[in-house]
Design a protein around this ligand. Structure first.
Ligand SMILES: Cc1cc2nc3c(=O)[nH]c(=O)nc-3n(C[C@H](O)[C@H](O)[C@H](O)COP(=O)(O)O)c2cc1C
Length: 323
């Protein structure tokens, strides 16, 4: 399957692993890239720019294929050392950056001068158009189904993807709710040129997270995610657990008066304890509705091969056969 996305990133299959906090380490990024997709190291999971440089070097030892680094631009007052991270990316020879969160406009000149391809992940057509206008090479269009931050518009991919196709000139991939060959063919039918997956890649052999996390995803159904932090306009789709129930109770009780400090115990700094130690009730962690479609823990190679085989079978047998 060749298209503008495979050409742009020099990858075999149009399948991307999105940046994921405390999941997107070198082990997962390399496994996805070795399997013919595009793996991604999550920049901000590395505490310093020097740590990111080490993670990039480690990934390079594990694969000779292209991989990306995710830079998530947070709406915080004390900004992380983005120039330092970008320096580590450039010096580490990484040629692809996935940006997310706020607009990457401020950092585009540095990235473009270094010959880096930028794919911006966003949840609306207007943000995708903005990304196109500031020189991003592609966008990842993240529907309301997605794990993590779906934005505040709540437009599912069945509408969002064809709307993006109506407006965009640069290529885009479908993100949110993608799991298998059916997702890939559907995404392409709706105008995308590939897909980005988060939750599905956590439940793989190589994802360097505690087994409890993988089993929680396998056990979950499509009914088991919740939206938290909507009153703060920082909506996050997470897997339901005791901590999430506490957040929702506080949100209902405090209404418009809710402040970040009211839920800080359930959301701040919880990722290492969940992802590394497998303490599944400790806090809120991102997970997509697609958990309902995840029933196994394959290797990345098996996952990507299955996706491509299933996609081919759907196109050849079901679609071409209908004509
Ligand atoms: C545990 C987890 C952590 C994530 N962390 C980040 C992150 O730090 N930065 C980012 O841009 N996206 C993050 N995402 C979003 C994913 O990159 C991806 O866009 C999303 O998971 C796609 O939806 P899906 O889970 O339905 O596949 C995260 C997702 C999950 C499940």
């Amino acid at each position: 399957m060749k298209n503008r996305i495979t050409e742009l990133f020099g990858i075999q299959h149009p399948i991307i692993q999105g940046g994921m906090h405390f999941v997107g380490f070198a082990e997962l990024a390399a496994a996805v890239s070795n399997a013919g997709g595009l793996g991604t190291i999550t920049g901000l999971t590395q505490r310093t720019a020097a740590d990111l440089a080490n993670e990039i070097a480690k990934c390079r030892e594990m694969t000779d294929k292209p991989f990306a680094v995710n830079l998530t631009f947070l709406p915080t007052v004390n900004s992380p050392d983005y120039p330092g991270y970008i320096d580590a990316i450039i010096k580490g020879g990484v040629k692809i950056v996935e940006t997310a969160g706020r607009s990457p406009q401020e950092y585009m000149p540095a990235l473009k001068e270094a010959g880096i391809k930028v794919i911006h992940k966003c949840t609306s057509v207007r943000h995708a158009l903005k990304a196109q206008s500031i020189g991003c090479d592609a966008v990842s269009v993240d529907g309301f189904e997605c794990g993590g931050h779906p934005g505040e518009d709540d437009i599912p991919n069945m509408i969002l993807l064809p709307r993006a196709a109506e407006e965009l000139e640069i290529p885009f991939v479908a993100s949110g709710g993608m799991a298998d060959g059916r997702s890939l063919v559907a995404a392409i039918a709706l105008g995308a040129e590939g897909m980005n997956m988060g939750t599905r890649f956590i439940a793989t052999q190589e994802a360097p997270v505690h087994e409890n996390v993988k089993q929680a995803i396998v056990a979950a159904s499509e009914l088991d995610t919740r939206l938290v932090m909507r009153p703060l306009r920082n909506t996050e789709r997470v897997l339901n657990n005791a901590a999430v129930e506490r957040i929702l109770e506080k949100e209902a009780r405090l209404g418009k008066d809710l402040k970040f400090t009211d839920i800080i115990d359930e959301v701040a700094g919880v990722y290492p304890k969940i992802m590394k130690d497998g303490d599944m009730e400790l806090g809120a962690w991102s997970c997509g509705m697609v958990a309902g479609l995840i029933h196994d823990v394959p290797t990345c190679q098996q996952l990507i091969d299955n996706i491509m085989n299933q996609a081919e079978e759907i196109i050849r047998a079901r679609l071409a056969g209908m004509l």
